[in-house]
Ligand binder design. Sequence first.
Ligand code: SER
Length: 318
Amino acid sequence: MKRILIVGAGGQIGSELTTYLRKTYGGANVVATDMRECPALGEDGPFEILNACDAEAVASAVSRHKIDAIFNLVALLSAVGEQNPQKAWAINMGALNNALEVARQYNCALFTPSSIGAFGPTSPKDKTPQDTIMQPTTIYGVCKVTGELLSNYYYTRFGVDTRSVRFPGLISNVTLPGGGTTDYAVEIYYEAIKSGKFTCPIPENVYMDMMYMPDALRACVELMEADPSKLVHRNSFNVTAMSFTPETIYAEIKKRMPDFTMDYNVDPVKKAISESWPNSIDDTCAREEWGWKPEWDLSSMTDDMLEHIRRKFASENK
Ligand code: SER
């Protein structure tokens, strides 16, 4: 990767991946794009407004900037997707379809995240294998499975260097996620600092896989830089760092903030989605094929999240 285009750079992953990639590949070599103005993304490199569903605009950006690798991060997440499935399909598949076609025409590598949401209630629940039944019950998951198949098709049919990971819930302290089922595991930290109490929308005993953003950023780059001859799989690798329930993360925060309290107001849509996803996924293939290994666990992540969010609120309230 020498000249990189990030599509959907203003979201939860993109806002941090842009900075991360610019540190490694040079600010001028990482072009961040989004539907909306994102002033922070223009500070240390090029930023452009780009509608990922406009095929000509995507092709123009790739051609003008002589791009050789695309990160397509555009997606409506699982819970918000259920409010308007047609829109979710149009955006999630429209952006991917354009990215694949442009990657084919301009000979670019392409990274698109998949998700634990690609699994469904008929997948094995525990240690969900890399290759298994995938019958998701959300439009988000349907898009992810379709995207995985389509990306593999572009690789075998046209030789496009497509690669992907199935991310678990991503926890970060820079940009909030929006409309996802795993968002609670980010919101809980903000509420702990802001108000000392949190109302959880996910049932207390539901396990979901999670990962701290620094591990996720490293996963993107390590997979894209991996020796292609070692990759048996491409779209998409199971990766995980931890698996916990609302009760586990609550207890972890409470250890550090004894006055913190949590109650429940379970959201029926998020309940159904969270219960349809794996308790934990098996990432052996990623470990074997490109050396994936997480560095953060629940305890170290909790220390880091609380410290960063505390600092953020302190500087905002100055
Ligand atoms: N974090 C996503 C969601 O909850 C899953 O990939 O929708």
